[in-house]
Design a protein around this ligand. Structure first.
Ligand code: SF4
Length: 164
């Protein structure tokens, strides 16, 4: 059975920067959980950041690939450079996915770690720009397809292609 890496906050774990969760009530996720497919993971906490923690954004909204390449940093709202923790969390997420044999992931949209299609622009003004988070960029670089919680139909379709 195909396993699916999933953002821990979507599964109700209180791991977000503000100490909360972003619990998804989607039936698709609930079904996958019942089937034992889901591997919940929080890259930022596993990378060494505390709960709660200051909000962080990729500078200039450059996207996760730029962070992996060393041309952009991840900065907390108080100016602290948290690039190292974000990179560590991304690597551990990749390890977790590989250990489980997961070839797809469903991650929380907009996060500087987990964003699939959008991240914030680095100005802490609540503006989103197209781009991926650091973990998403690393997973996709290694062949693991990442979908956001808004793309569950696409994720389910991809899962079917893997299982047929
Ligand atoms: Fe959720 Fe990902 Fe942020 Fe962790 S890093 S709180 S899993 S969006």
């Amino acid at each position: 059975m195909e396993k699916i890496l999933v953002s821990a906050c979507l599964m109700g774990r209180r791991v977000r920067y503000d100490g909360g969760a972003k619990t998804s009530s989607a039936a698709v996720l609930a079904g996958w959980r019942e089937e034992g497919r889901l591997v919940p993971f929080c890259p930022e906490v596993e990378g060494g950041l505390p709960i709660p923690r200051p909000a962080a954004e990729i500078e200039r909204g450059a996207g996760g690939a730029a962070v992996l390449e060393g041309t952009a940093r991840v900065l907390a709202a108080d100016g602290t450079d948290v690039t190292r923790e974000f990179l560590a969390g991304a690597r551990l997420a990749l390890e977790a996915a590989r250990a489980a044999g997961a070839r797809l992931a469903v991650l929380k949209e907009g996060s500087p770690s987990c964003g699939a299609l959008a991240v914030y622009d680095g100005a802490f003004q609540g503006r989103r720009v197209p781009g991926q988070g650091v973990t998403t960029a690393l997973l996709e670089r290694h062949g693991i397809r990442v979908f956001s919680e808004d793309q569950l139909a696409e994720a389910a379709g991809y899962l079917r292609t893997l299982e047929t």
